[in-house]
Ligand binder design. Sequence first.
Ligand SMILES: Nc1ncnc2c1ncn2[C@@H]1O[C@H](COP(=O)(O)OS(=O)(=O)O)[C@@H](OP(=O)(O)O)[C@H]1O
Ligand SMILES: Nc1ncnc2c1ncn2[C@@H]1O[C@H](COP(=O)(O)OP(=O)(O)O)[C@@H](O)[C@H]1O
Length: 208
Amino acid sequence: MTVQKATNIVWHGGNVTKNDREKLLNQKGVVLWFTGLSGSGKSTVAREVERRLYEAGHLAYVLDGDNIRFGLNRNLGFSPEDRKENIRRIGEVAKLFADAGVITITAFISPYRADRDNARALLPKGEFFEIYVKCSVEECEKRDVKGLYKKARAGEIQEFTGISAPYEEPLTPELVLETAKETLEESTNKVINFLVAQGVIKQKGDIE
Ligand SMILES: Nc1ncnc2c1ncn2[C@@H]1O[C@H](COP(=O)(O)OS(=O)(=O)O)[C@@H](OP(=O)(O)O)[C@H]1O
Ligand SMILES: Nc1ncnc2c1ncn2[C@@H]1O[C@H](COP(=O)(O)OP(=O)(O)O)[C@@H](O)[C@H]1O
């Protein structure tokens, strides 16, 4: 892929600041970067966190394969280069959503540490939180939500994460969800409590 550098382009800030939008929404615009194997529970927990926040009057939005790999990134596959570009674009989109004041939840395998670190580097400290959705390959394969592990074992899918492609575990994630040990409710509560502790949202009592 040829990468063209932007020249003679000037970044425009608006008249309304991120801080203004955050006041309007009564929350901080941040990125919750979920990472984990296929079937680990990224989408399930992300959707539940989004729902719980919505019920409490907060604006959250989940970025995942449904709205990214079918649209913006429809030209990308699963080679290391394509995954890198996938994550790079998602990092940039997430940054814009956070700037809009939204609690932005990304739910992608994002198997490479360097790619996740690059996404983190796009945001100021305290606005990007890596959440490791931890679940063994064995358990994910047992769940086999989409039947992809079976296909990967049969050699029908190449470069499948955890089977024939690497997954680099986060070294210092802000939060770890152990979805084989916790219920969905427990994992969701951990995220909500974390958001309160970080000052992203205010009262825990609002989020039951
Ligand atoms: N080769 C291979 N490896 C891993 N996953 C595969 C592959 N081919 C298709 N799929 C399906 O694509 C989903 C992963 O897409 P991501 O964009 O999250 O992947 S990545 O972050 O770029 O690695 C993943 O969805 P999730 O199960 O939601 O994680 C799979 O359903
Ligand atoms: N504690 C848990 N948290 C999230 N998902 C869980 C949990 N326990 C079991 N599951 C199940 O695991 C599967 C996870 O699938 P999914 O959310 O699509 O994973 P991913 O988005 O990481 O590919 C779902 O079928 C979900 O019901």
